[in-house]
Design a protein around this ligand. Structure first.
Ligand code: ATM
Ligand code: MG
Length: 212
């Protein structure tokens, strides 16, 4: 009997949509229901590349825009062996941001096309499900002040939102739009249902290659 693989589940969305809160609740709920699951997040600030990214986001250093885009992508690639190993062991991964944030944030800068931005992430493990936590900019602003990191401004986040909307038109990715304006528990119930369905389905499907 072959062991069934875990599912690769990604949560995306603009700042303040509740991604981190929902990832944590989801992992806990999966574990409590006897489904092995772990959380990951990108950027993963704990690696050497992650330190460079973190320092850039905290405005402690400057990096050229193409360069930082490639570092965000490299930060995903460096974790691919570990991700594949866990998925093969039957552990589902719940990931807070992935290549979609990579493309949405860089392509919100002047002079960056969606296609150029996707390039370095082509061939990454393809998520079995990407849930987009949708919150309109006015609602996001109503959740309080943005932080002080780079990109945490209303104008930039609005552009990011429109880039995500372009990415969601791609039918090769299993997108689910989640209304994130509801209370935490209602959003969680919705997310858990989509996730359990995906976990049950992946048995028949090999892990895919993103944007290939
Ligand atoms: P977190 O707040 O999730 O740690 O992400 C830090 C920032 O990195 C976030 N900015 N805001 N708001 C999104 C941005 N980001 C990229 O620019 N490229 C990427 O590839 C990823 C994963 C995140
Ligand atoms: Mg943030």
């Amino acid at each position: 009997m072959t062991c069934r693989r875990g599912a690769l589940i990604v949560l995306e969305g603009v700042d303040k949509a509740g991604k981190t809160t929902q990832c944590k609740k989801l992992v806990q709920a999966l574990q409590e229901s006897g489904r092995p699951a772990e959380m990951m997040r990108f950027p993963d600030r704990t690696t050497k590349i992650g330190h460079l990214i973190s320092s850039y986001l905290e405005r402690k250093s400057n990096l050229e825009d193409h360069t930082v885009h490639l570092l965000f992508s490299a930060n995903r690639w460096e974790l691919v062996p570990e991700m594949k190993e866990k998925l093969e062991q039957g552990i589902s991964l719940v990931v807070d941001r992935y290549a979609f944030s990579g493309v949405a944030f860089t392509s919100a800068k002047p002079g960056f096309s969606l296609d150029w931005c996707k390039g370095p992430d082509v061939g990454l493990p393809k998520p079995d499900l990407v849930m987009f936590l949708k919150l309109n900019p006015a609602e996001a602003e109503g959740r309080g002040e943005f932080g002080t990191e780079r990109y945490e401004t209303t104008v930039f986040q609005r552009t990011v939102q429109s880039r995500f909307e372009q990415l969601m038109k791609d039918p090769s990715v299993n997108w689910q739009v989640i209304d994130a304006a509801r209370c935490i528990d209602d959003v969680h119930t919705d997310i858990k249902e989509h996730t359990v369905n995906a976990i049950n389905k992946v048995e028949e499907q090999p892990l895919g290659d993103l944007w290939k």
